[in-house]
Design a protein around this ligand. Structure first.
Ligand code: SAM
Ligand code: SF4
Length: 330
């Protein structure tokens, strides 16, 4: 699939649920209204739709959310997608998780074919973790991360850079990741969805973070890519990598290779734009076959916009896009 700007679309991110067992302050409001079940695609519908994308050239699928691992029976989707790895056309199946369920799910994920996972962890301080997630327990997540490592999964830690919140922690987190062999990826906060509070207060440009880190660490530029938008540096002292995802300070849209599917079957061709295509009605129409489904996907890709235009400053204090990150999946 080639979009109107010549970009090959080979990566599908699927939000399998909008629900979550945490309420990170930058992601959700405290009191969220979640979708009624009938609006959410079944796991079988999700598998069929993913299969149609794979048939059109998608090689990498990441399941996300909400918290993907709290969806009931989600392992069955991992298994059915995992069976498509290799001759089935899929090259990689991954997941982004908050880690709370990994203690019991790491091994089954590995068995289903997952080899790399991203775990979101913004701080190593138990009190701060509790505050950022509104009620999460750090210890449970750390246990989950070590269960993942023990199961053979490569772990990347994702942390959202939050001014005045976890700003003083990146040295410690980098050292901890180095000690355990995890890559670390820092992410600029993006203006998505109404949250309780003001995003201008949270936004921390990563260019600043990088130069601060360089006071203590030797960061060497690499051309390592994981198929995502992060720019990676090798950390000489640890032998691990640090990545920076900078949607605000550096627009990475030129090399975008992905589209995002929500759990209701809505495809967003860009994380930062409102245009979308609905697949739920097609999936639930018995007269629509896979060829028609694929024709609809191709038509949506033909509308993929050039890029996002996120702005966070005092004059633009409304979210650039109304939906929360947990809807489209981070
Ligand atoms: N619940 C899972 C988790 O936390 O990893 C998966 C979904 S979560 C929406 C995916 C990623 O998006 C997380 O790393 C989270 O920190 C990030 N995220 C959420 N809201 C964000 C925002 N407004 N700006 C930047 N990143 C955000
Ligand atoms: Fe849940 Fe992930 Fe959003 Fe945190 S970032 S509230 S864990 S979906």
């Amino acid at each position: 699939m080639i979009d109107p700007f010549g970009r090959r679309i080979s990566y599908l991110r699927v939000s399998v649920t909008d629900r979550c067992d945490l309420r990170c302050v930058y992601c959700m409001a405290e009191d969220m209204t979640f979708l009624p079940k009938r609006e959410v695609l079944t796991l079988e519908e999700l598998d069929r739709l993913c299969g149609a994308f794979i048939g059109l050239g998608v090689e990498k699928i990441r399941l996300t959310g909400g918290e993907p691992l709290v969806r009931k029976n989600v392992l069955s989707l991992f298994r059915s997608l995992g069976a498509r790895i290799g001759a089935g056309g899929l090259r990689e199946l991954t997941v982004t998780t908050n880690g709370t369920q990994l203690g019991q799910m790491a091994e089954p994920l590995y068995a289903a074919g997952v080899r790399r996972i991203n775990v979101s962890l913004d701080t190593l301080d138990p009190g701060l973790f509790h505050a950022v997630t509104r009620w999460g327990a750090l210890e449970k997540v750390l246990d989950g991360i070590f269960a993942a490592k023990a199961a053979g999964l490569a772990v990347k830690i994702n942390a959202v850079a939050l001014k005045g919140v976890n700003e003083g922690e990146y040295d410690r987190m980098l050292a901890w990741c180095g000690e355990h062999g995890f890559d670390l990826c820092l992410i600029e906060t993006m203006p998505m969805g109404d949250i309780t509070g003001d995003r201008t207060d949270q936004y921390l440009p990563l260019s600043l973070v990088r130069s601060r880190l360089r006071e203590h660490w030797t960061l060497e530029e690499t051309d390592y890519r994981t198929g995502g938008p992060a720019r990676y540096y090798a950390v000489k002292e640890t032998g691990t990598r640090i990545g920076f995802i900078t949607p605000m300070t550096h627009n990475f849209c030129e090399s975008c290779n992905r589209v995002r599917l929500t759990c209701t079957g809505t495809l967003y061709m860009c994380l930062g734009q409102e245009d979308s295509a609905d697949f739920r009605a097609l999936l639930r129409d018995p007269s629509v076959d896979d060829a028609q489904l694929q024709a609809a996907i191709a038509a949506a890709i033909a509308r993929k916009p050039k890029g996002h235009d996120f702005i966070i400053d005092r004059r633009h204090n409304r979210p650039s896009v109304g939906r929360h990150m947990s809807v489209t999946g981070g």
